[in-house]
Design a protein around this ligand. Sequence first.
Ligand SMILES: [Zn+2]
Length: 236
Amino acid sequence: MERWCVKVSLWNVDLIDKNRFSRPGDKLSYVKGIVWHYTANPGASDTNHQDYFDSLQNQNPYDNEKDLYASAHIFIDKDSATMIIPLDERAYHAGNSFYNSHYIGIELCIEKDGSFHPNTVKQAIAIGAHLCKTYKLNPLVDNIRHFDVTGKICPKPWVDSPALFTAFKNDVKRTMAGEVYEKVNIYDKSGKKIAEGELRDGVTWVPLRVVAESTGATVNYNAVTKTVTIIPKEVK
Ligand SMILES: [Zn+2]
């Protein structure tokens, strides 16, 4: 069975404005690892946090109120993830200048009861695997908790239970090795299920012939040259 792949993006991009409080705009010299955080903000979503960190630019550095310098690159909740700062720029997440300059900061949103939704963790595993591959990181060593940098109780669920963080790192490693994948259902326009695909490390693999033929296209496979040709249905 021929398969082709469809790239799905692991996160939406909704960048906050450059500003001194949450997006200084200076570059990471290189990526040494990922610092994992939690938002400590029960029930708030990835987009809520985009709004919040974007609004930090409205602080007045010249009034008597204390200014907050804070941000992270990606926020993940149970149904989506949002990048608010490009991965090659510094974010203020680790409370430590060296780590802010060399580590990507990722925040996991929490449910109303303070826990991580299983789908939030699933997305974190996929994103962690993708980033470890991209930056050639060791998933068991280069994924660290904010707690490991400064001793802050963050991310609380993984400080309360270090075993959960170890399991997370192992899942990232297994995902990188292609050992973990999810079934993906593929439907045609009428809503009929026509095939099953597999989501592996951010790439969805689908049976080519079934999917292409469902759009009315013709699929030819040349076994000698290992070439697939898709001939679209003629539009009249
Ligand atoms: Zn943190």
